[in-house]
Design a protein around this ligand. Sequence first.
Ligand code: DAH
Length: 337
Amino acid sequence: MKEKLELLKQNATSDINNVSDEQSLLRLKSTYLGKDSQIMQVMKSMKDLTIEEKKEIGKLANEVKSFIENLVKEKMNEISSKKENKRIFDNTLPVGDEIGSLSPITIVANEVAEVLKKMGFMIVSGPEMEKEYYNFEALNIPKNHPARDMQDTYWTNLGDVLRTHTSPVQARSMETYGAPIRMAAPGRCFRNEDIDACHENTFFQIEGMVIDKEVSISNLIYVMKNILKEIYKKDIEVRLRPGFFPFVEPGFELDIKCLICGGKGCPTCKNSGWLELCPCGMIHPEVLRMGNINPDEYSGFAFGIGLTRMAMMKYKINDIRMLNSGEIRHLKQFKVK
Ligand code: DAH
């Protein structure tokens, strides 16, 4: 009986090693381990053996059985991993004929970036996980400054932040490129907000910055009006109100004449005739200095456009949560033509 078991082991090994598909392997499994398999017959016939024989043969039969079970398992893994690989590399499979779509935020970001590129701006990016220094200090917001409270910040255990705005890219660009410079940086920002139809903890901005000799507020207004003209395809009236941001002096809120009512007053502009579009200002001399740029020689302006808000205005989206939901039925509406 010992020889029978040895032979069985050998036959099973060579048979199992020789198959390459799941069906044949399952068939072998039933031949070698099934109810009517030889190993089961050996086990059934053990009752006729002496106690000594039972011990010896029983042990051997169990060993052979689990040896074959293992072989089957390994072979099954091998076959299924080959199948997986085949799926990844099979470039003969038909390709879906559906073209994907861009998120409305990407669409407006690209539009603004295109306009800025025409005006000589370079498009750069900065890290989403940012050093505290670039997110705050380099922008003239020192530790314990109350302006930090305006931006509910996510901190990492290591003391870095998820950037609360795209403005840190201003400071990074000053260090990397020096002056003169025209740059824009679109990207994702984060604040610890409770989420509802108007608030998100993840949103998008595009930062713009110009530094050169004798840059003035009129240059800022010209650039802003030009962006708006290209995007809305008509001249848009703007106004500046004072606004406080530690990294600009003077700082402004730039409003546009309400696109819905043309300035007469309506629910969208809360009857004021104006819509708040973007904060901006002349770069604070201290910020230039920290970026290794001499404020006696150079001046500059900066602005931060809320891309999330812009996309909502453009596509009349009334719930901000739609933008990050990944909901395919929403995204499909922005199909590339
Ligand atoms: N980073 C500011 C914020 O998110 C917005 C801002 C204000 C950007 C003034 C600017 C600027 O470039 O000049 O609250």
